[in-house]
Design a binder for this molecule. Structure first.
Ligand SMILES: [Zn+2]
Length: 95
């Protein structure tokens, strides 16, 4: 009788412990996924608004992508200096 009682208490304790561990693990995994989702959002935002990116972004006149001016490839077109996102775009734009 005492043995059955102890088994019962023991299994309840083990189940409680496992549920706690599973809870911590699922929470950790959920957090990990949330972080990944947030990272994906920033990475896949091809047309971000200007605010929140810590600086001005310029629009590529060839493909329309916004990019930081530091990466610009410049080319003079009809007296205007245009900034392109890549050498490809720079070559692609017909004048
Ligand atoms: Zn481009």
């Amino acid at each position: 009788m005492l043995r059955t009682f102890l088994y019962l208490i023991g299994s309840i304790f083990v189940i409680a412990l496992m549920r706690g561990v599973i809870g911590i693990v699922t929470k950790g995994v959920a957090q990990l996924f949330e972080e990944e989702a947030a990272a994906d959002k920033t990475a896949s935002g091809k047309q971000p608004s200007k605010e929140g990116f810590g600086g001005e972004l310029v629009k590529c006149p060839s493909c329309g992508v916004f990019f930081p001016p530091a990466k610009a490839r410049q080319r003079s077109v009809q007296g205007q200096t245009l900034s392109f996102c890549s050498e490809d775009c720079k070559a692609k734009l017909a004048v």
